[in-house]
Write a protein that binds this ligand. Sequence first.
Ligand code: ADP
Ligand code: MG
Length: 329
Amino acid sequence: MAQDDAVHAEGLVKTFGDVKALDGLDLVVPRGQVVGLLGPNGSGKTTTVRILATLLKPTAGQAFVNGYDVTKQSDEVRHSIGLTGQYAAVDEFLTGRENLKMFGDLYHLTPKYVKERSEELLSWFDLVDAADRPAKTYSGGMRRRLDLASSLIAKPSILFLDEPTTGLDPRSRLGLWGVIESLVAEGTTVLLTTQYLEEADKLANDIVVIDHGKVIAHGTAENLKDQIGGDRLEVTLVDPHKMSDAQAALAPIFGSDSLINESNLSGPVSGGSKVLVEAVRALDFAGIEIADLALRRPTLDDVFLSLTGHGAEDETPAPTSSRSRRGRR
Ligand SMILES: Nc1ncnc2c1ncn2[C@@H]1O[C@H](COP(=O)(O)OP(=O)(O)O)[C@@H](O)[C@H]1O
Ligand SMILES: [Mg+2]
């Protein structure tokens, strides 16, 4: 039932002039769960979040947040959610503490509550030392943390995080993941958008993959990786002319699914690191020298290539002969 889910959207369509940003998108976020909306640039992630946050009206379809209709009960929806965007909503010229106060005023919270909650958030997000400096002096990671803290001032039960770590360095990304994980442990429901399979994998129970405003796959990270054949083993040879010999030597491991790329040979494997040993033995037995051998986990690009025949960055279909692995399994 739509009312019981934290988010329940059906058939969302949004057009901007000639551009169809959303093309019948369905999405459910059960209470207490983290759902990752995974898709490349321009696939409709921000448009979805903005509709759910009542900042945009859908052209067609309907959506409920916390049981409230986003088009008819926008006040109730806004009071149920916190929103953090890829482009931080913090005011550059205000200090960290002043930013939090501004958001507290926006929600008409009492000054006493805002003061206490601000201290709690500043210390949780490791911003105590920087609290009285203008936000324009903050690093990218600090801004994101302040932005996230601002969206939590009213203790929302549902949080929308739109590409929370895009553009951050790996260390800040890890820090933010930790904070998000502790929010989730406290029972917050999260809808997270991301371009990174790794991030959705780390944080989300359930992943919805979108492309051109439509859902193209849905499942756990494991389901999605299994769909595209799980881990891949990549072998680089000392002598690239021996690629076909290596392919033959590794046939017992790869079956008929290996690919010869420009600089290496790769194929789907299961069984983890044991496979590495088997591959080394097989190549050694065939007298082929290895320059590099690596187990690689699938990326968003692999998921896209497999599901759509084109990469996440690439709008044109890949030539089906060499690259597309669609319809394998
Ligand atoms: N205000 C707008 N006016 C015109 N086109 C827009 C607007 N907002 C988004 N779009 C277009 O809608 C599509 C989806 O955009 P968006 O939801 O921002 O994708 P994402 O967040 O996944 O990168 C893109 O083609 C984008 O150019
Ligand atoms: Mg976006």
